[in-house]
Design a protein around this ligand. Structure first.
Ligand SMILES: Nc1ncnc2c1ncn2[C@@H]1O[C@H](COP(=O)(O)OP(=O)(O)OP(=O)(O)O)[C@@H](O)[C@H]1O
Ligand SMILES: [Mg+2]
Length: 398
């Protein structure tokens, strides 16, 4: 007698949630990425009790009609890819169609969404992945996802959550990374109604870099901008005197995602080769941009890692970019101050309120996204280069 069974969807969603939803910061990451894919220009993220009791993400992106508002909670339901060949050419942050059903399966979930051309929106409420009610609602154009009581139905997972301060610091970290990668978007993050991060769309990249590394550290870094054979590396690299005892401040982004990739860290180490002592790590913030078909993003359940098709070549371009930046750096007089050479980690909940950009620094003008307005996450048959407003591989200006 056969003993093998296909799992019911609620069970398989919960299993997927085990990989996608590790902690509150993973919920924030997935919801923010969805909003970015939806072309939002303003994001408000509200968190209570380190995300254990509430995560609310409000966007002004394309919104969903009533049918899609229900459809998005189905497993493997996505507007972002359609067929096998699309997997090799992903231009959005999401593509698996599993984040929302996974999140909904372990929370009390509410979605309120309205396309910009619709007169009314749709509200969907679900508990533990089971839809409780659906109906029309009055709401602003865009989407608000509200998630309460994370892991209320998985006490074993709940036990692994850390203190509120720890969970908050993970959330702040991921929001800062995504805000850094999307300078055209305004971000507001609050913990228990206390604003901890507020940054206007279009603020220049050094200002956003300061959110991650502190102003003094960023002041002691040189800009990197190098392209070779469709592989581009931009960002900032520390002058040799500025190092850390861990790799934590070597932040790398590939096509707009904060990720690690085999080979990049070796390339960074080699580029600094004789300038930095063994066991010391110069901070870097590097954006690597390359055609989507030259990088595999489908290698990690939470998409924290990517694999390059030609990793040696990418490493060479990264190394060349850093070496070139260090060669061109102004010499004496700009040696980092002793304070700047110390780790500059921002206290987890330190408020970061950043001004809007000077007019000539408007990143949005270069990425062309604020003017593009909200849109649906692109369908796979989008023309080469993706539709305007697509941000997954937009290069922030330096
Ligand atoms: N904030 C949003 N605004 C507009 N549409 C959204 C939003 N969030 C989700 N959607 C729609 O719901 C679909 C499902 O979202 P979900 O996050 O589950 O999957 P995905 O983003 O396609 O892939 P992944 O699982 O890799 O994140 C998306 O493809 C998108 O069409
Ligand atoms: Mg998603």
């Amino acid at each position: 007698m056969s003993i093998i069974r296909i799992l019911p969807e609620d069970v398989s969603n919960r299993i997927a949630a085990g990989e996608v939803v590790e902690r509150p910061a993973s919920v924030v990451k997935e919801l923010v990425e969805n909003a970015l894919d939806a072309g939002t220009t303003r994001l408000t993220i509200q968190v209570d009790r380190g995300g254990r009791s509430l995560v609310r993400v409000i966007d002004n992106g394309c919104g969903m009609d009533a049918e899609d508002a229900l459809m998005c909670l189905e497993a493997h339901a996505t507007s972002k890819i359609r067929e096998r060949t699309d997997i090799g050419d992903i231009r959005t942050l999401g593509f698996r169609g599993e984040a929302l059903p996974s999140i909904a399966s372990v929370t009390r979930f509410q979605l309120r969404t309205r396309p910009h051309d619709a007169d009314e929106g749709t509200e969907v409420n679900a508990t533990g992945g089971v839809i409780q009610n659906v109906g029309p609602t009055g709401c602003a154009p865009g989407t608000t996802v509200q998630v309460r009581d994370l892991f209320f139905n998985l006490p074993a997972r709940k036990k692994f959550l850390r203190s509120i301060a720890t969970e908050e610091s993970h959330i702040q970290e991921i929001v800062q990374l995504l805000a850094f990668a999307h300078p055209e978007v305004s971000f507001d993050l609050s913990f228990d109604d206390r604003t901890v991060l507020s940054v206007q769309g279009g603020s220049d990249l050094r200002t956003r870099a300061a959110m991650l590394l502190g102003r003094e550290t960023v002041a002691a870094m040189v800009p990197v901008d190098h392209t070779d054979d469709h592989i581009q590396v931009t960002g900032f690299a520390a002058r040799p005197g500025l190092t850390r005892s861990t790799r934590r401040d070597q932040r790398t982004f590939v096509n707009g995602r904060p990720v690690t990739a085999g080979g990049i860290h070796f390339a960074i180490r080699d580029a600094y080769h004789s300038m930095v002592m063994k066991g010391r790590y110069p901070p870097v913030l590097l954006f690597i941009t390359l055609p989507p078909d030259r990088v595999d993003i489908n290698v990690h359940p939470a998409k924290r890692e990517v694999r390059f098709r030609e990793h040696r070549q990418v490493g060479e371009v990264v190394g060349a970019g850093i070496r070139q930046a260090l060669r061109g750096m102004p010499q004496p007089g700009i040696v980092p101050s002793p304070e700047a050479a110390q780790p500059q980690m921002m206290p987890p909940a330190a408020p970061v309120i950043l001004p809007s950009a000077a007019p000539d620094m408007a990143g949005a003008a270069q990425t062309g996204s604020t003017s593009a307005g909200p849109r649906r996450p692109p369908a796979p048959q989008a023309p080469a280069g993706g539709p305007p407003g697509r941000k997954a591989h937009a290069r922030p200006p330096i």
